[in-house]
Design a protein around this ligand. Sequence first.
Ligand code: FES
Ligand code: FES
Length: 152
Amino acid sequence: MRLELRINGSVRSLEVEPLKRLLDVLREDLILTGTKEGCGEGECGACAVLLDGQLVNSCLVAVCQAAGASVVTIEGLSSSALTPLQRSFVECGGAQCGICTPGMIVAGQCFLDSGAAATDEAVREAIAGNLCRCTGYTKIVESIQHAARETR
Ligand code: FES
Ligand code: FES
């Protein structure tokens, strides 16, 4: 089936199985490997992307559900330099092994774009669907709060 997707601002026309997972289309057909697979069951958030501005787990989305919609992956958050949030993750130690980091940054950027006050509680709720085995979350929360202070 031929589908048109708007990925990171560019329209891409693809011949794909309509029920293929969006995660696999991103990684295998579009070679956008920044989006990671963790659990494959919607539990870890490693595969998070924005679908028409909403945070979704791309392992749970069939590519046909994204037809005609706008998809933003970690690669689409910046064309060259690191974003303020990505810089904050580096400066505040929000990334360790890195497997959760793309999903955390997509979720964190979605939160920052909402304009909500970056309280501890609000930030933790924003990343509640993203699991991290390394950091204990505190440095991730600090990274998002640091970016909020830098950009607002
Ligand atoms: S790989 Fe999609 S939520 Fe874990
Ligand atoms: S940095 Fe390793 S899982 Fe989060």
